[in-house]
Design a protein around this ligand. Structure first.
Ligand code: NDP
Length: 476
């Protein structure tokens, strides 16, 4: 039976977006030194949301100086005092979460259901979690009096703008570092609202600085001689460039890069539960997820039955207005990302895989891509090897558990994996053999601030989250 859904739009009026924003340096918003600006656009409507300052080298330098100046006092505060600020920030995020969720959905294109129910609760949880650590660092296992590194230069991507900000800023501040953060060019707004939250929380000026701009500003931040620690989340290509810049300096570095996760479904897996997990694994956040389950490995004996159920489920996915509470799949973040997805999907067809998508009407303005799956995929196909970073699933099959693990590990990446089976012993066996930083069993995309996250191989190094996440910001 087909359901007719009435529109259920979240009100836009809750968020007040200014026509322009400056850089947040030393506790104040200011224009870029050379006055340059860029526009940020709502990917669902192509509407210009605001005009934002484009940081140049002089601005990056001013932000790093402000962070350096603030470091002396901030790092000398007792952990219990730093915790108060972090708890305050966490509470303000909760109080303003509806506003921030609407803002994030507007600027990023992700469904409000996800920004409201996944991103924002996790953002607040991250600040609460690391606030709790700030006065307990001597008990974290890194020595009796672990010291901060200094100024952290942090660069984040556009797929989870505020969540990636929280993963970077919360542990840095808890451990006594100060921060210069650069959000992605296509999603600068929630970081600027966060700057306002820092002021609201009375955070001492210079402890957090936000520089909006393009990749050049990111590169300039990485290369700045007074930055002690670089933390980056984004593409493997840019991650490699950053590692080259930092090589030979005494800067510390953590990289969280791409992924091509396998979701392995064994013949004893509960089909309906696994279908939900596969759908969540690849279509959550339009597939703009570094740990997305973008390769489905199906045991051959159940492949046909499973694919039928998966296709049936995919026909019920609702693509459209991110602010509608019924929407499952929102807009692709930018025209550049849309063309990358299209190019890889074209390559999939050209290489002989079979493309399938449910009938689905896409809005005429904005950037959209229908949920898609490919069958007949071989390990050599580009769609089985490269990160598509879109709502596109590549399906492969296997006959034995050994073959499943071998195929899952046959990738330059190693960020995450999923295992679906009723046998606990098989879960433990597979988790032991899978070369991935995180392995989910009979679930997918589960996050918790207490759980460390990070990769193997070309997915990067270092861990974010949990006690392990403290290490990246301590001189241990
Ligand atoms: P990037 O890696 O280019 O962007 C990530 C961040 O790095 C952004 O803030 C970006 O700034 C900044 N940046 C860009 N160039 C440099 C540089 N030379 N030095 C320092 N910082 C830099 O990702 P893209 O947005 O270009 O996406 C390309 C592909 O990367 C996607 O299709 C996807 O496959 C993958 N990706 C993976 C992510 C993940 O979490 N694994 C996240 C994002 C992308 P700006 O936005 O201003 O260019």
């Amino acid at each position: 039976m087909a359901f007719e859904y009435a529109p259920a739009p979240e009100s836009r009026a809750i968020v007040d977006i200014a026509p322009s924003y400056g850089l947040f340096i030393d506790g104040e918003f200011r224009e870029a030194a050379d006055g340059k600006v860029f526009k940020t656009v709502a990917p669902a409507s192509e509407e210009v949301l605001s005009e934002v300052a484009l940081a140049g080298d002089a601005d990056v330098d001013a932000a790093v100086r402000a962070a350096r100046k603030a470091f002396e006092k901030w790092s000398a505060l007792p952990g219990s005092e730093r915790a108060k600020y972090l708890f305050r920030i966490a509470r303000i995020i909760q109080e303003r979460s509806r506003e921030l969720a609407v803002l994030e959905s507007l600027d990023n294109g992700k469904p409000i259901r996800e920004s409201r129910d996944a991103d924002l609760p996790l953002v607040a949880a991250h600040f609460f979690y690391y606030a709790g650590w700030a006065d307990k660092l001597p008990h974290a296992g890194y020595g009796a009096d672990p010291r901060p590194l200094g100024v952290a230069g942090q660069i984040i991507p556009w797929n989870f703008p505020l969540l990636m900000l929280s993963w970077k800023i919360a542990p840095a501040l808890a451990t006594g570092n100060t921060v210069v953060l650069k959000p992605a060019e296509t999603t600068p707004l929630s970081a600027l609202f966060f700057a306002d939250i820092c002021r609201q929380a009375g955070l001492p000026k210079g402890v957090v600085n936000i520089i909006t701009g393009d990749g050049t500003a990111g590169a300039s931040l990485v290369a700045h001689p007074d930055v002690d620690k670089v933390a980056f989340t984004g593409s493997t290509e840019v991650g490699k460039a950053i590692a080259r810049t930092v090589a030979g300096t005494d800067k510390r570095i953590t990289l969280e890069l791409g992924g091509k996760a396998a979701n392995i479904v064994f013949d004893d897996a509960p089909v309906d539960q696994a279908v939900e997990g596969i759908v969540n694994g690849i279509f959550f956040n339009q597939g703009h997820v570094c740990c997305a389950g973008s390769r489905l490995l199906l045991q051959e004996s159940v492949a046909d039955e499973f694919l039928d159920a998966l296709k049936r489920r995919m026909t019920t996915l609702r693509v459209g207005d991110p602010l509608d509470k019924n929407t499952d799949i929102g807009a692709i973040n930018s025209p550049e990302q849309l063309s990358r997805i299209r190019a890889l999907v074209d390559a999939g067809e050209a290489e002989g895989a079979e493309r399938w998508a449910p009938a689905c009407e896409l809005p005429s303005t904005g950037y959209w891509f229908a949920p898609t799956l490919f069958t007949g995929v071989t390990q050599a196909h580009r769609i089985a090897r490269e990160e598509i970073f879109g709502p596109v699933l590549s399906v492969l099959t296997f006959r034995t558990p050994e073959e499943a693990v071998e195929k899952a590990n046959n990738t330059p990446y190693g960020l995450s994996a999923g295992v679906w089976t009723e046998k606990g012993s098989r879960i433990l066996w597979a988790a032991d053999k899978l070369r991935a930083g995180i392995v989910w069993a009979n679930t997918f995309n589960k996050f918790d601030p207490a759980s460390p996250f990070g990769g193997y191989k070309e997915s990067g190094f270092g861990r974010e989250g949990g006690r392990h996440g403290l290490e990246a910001y301590l001189n241990v």
